[in-house]
Design a binder for this molecule. Structure first.
Ligand code: ZN
Ligand code: ZN
Length: 114
């Protein structure tokens, strides 16, 4: 009967760049294109669950890479000689000892997370 459900796809900039749950949902509904059966819902629940755990993991990973001193910027510097990578550039320039192992810093090296 052609009652294709068109969801309001708002592009208000929320969560841009990442595969959000909303985007996944829209894609799923569009792919199926036949409304939602019980099977479809179960499949979607699985999809949502894995998307959710991926989001949580990404969040944890990001938190793990925040500067230990300012807790604001990303870790960008590895300290020498202990090789702890735990500081952003700004904080590393202000510390004379590693905040993790307290070994005196003799050098700093920038690195790039890709
Ligand atoms: Zn910092
Ligand atoms: Zn250290």
């Amino acid at each position: 009967m052609g009652n294709k459900r068109s969801r309001p796809v708002t592009t208000d900039g929320a969560g841009e760049g990442e595969p959000t749950l909303h985007n996944l949902l829209v894609k799923f509904v569009e792919d199926e294109g036949k409304g939602l059966s019980m099977e479809g819902l179960e499949e979607m629940a699985i999809l949502l669950q894995s998307a959710l755990s991926a989001c949580i993991k990404a969040k944890e990973r990001k938190a793990a890479w925040l500067c230990r001193v300012c807790l604001d910027s990303e870790v960008r510097v590895v300290l020498k000689p202990c090789r702890h990578a735990c500081l952003c550039e700004e904080c590393s320039n202000q510390l004379v000892a590693c905040p993790i192992c307290r070994i005196k810093v003799t050098g700093r090296e920038k690195f790039i997370l890709s």
